[in-house]
Design a binder for this molecule. Sequence first.
Ligand code: ZN
Length: 135
Amino acid sequence: MNLTHVEHIGIAVKNLDESIKYYENILGLKCYAIEEVKDQKVKTAFFMAGQTKIELLESTESDGPIGKFIEKKGEGIHHIAFAINNLAEGLKEIEAKGIQLIDKVPRQGAEGLNIAFLHPKSTNGVLTELCEHPE
Ligand code: ZN
């Protein structure tokens, strides 16, 4: 297992445009990209705070994962993402140790990253994403 750093922190928001205003006008960060990830039914906005990336997530449909999350828990921190060197291998290793996976094989996430989620039931309640930068 080789996690190199926290790749980003994912935050569920009801309204992306309103939330971007807070990050830009109050915190003084700059939104450098907005991207829709269709299979996750989300629109994402990205910021860099120094070396740390923040990902805002707005649901594009109420039955999407972020829509359901907000309905249950309200807005707030949704997941933490770690960068990993070999995602496919890491997932096998993690599963072999008895951790419940949401994604057994990597899939395509925002910014062209290969991603997979670990189930919060196995991770002390923290939805955990692993990201691999493609070669
Ligand atoms: Zn993420």
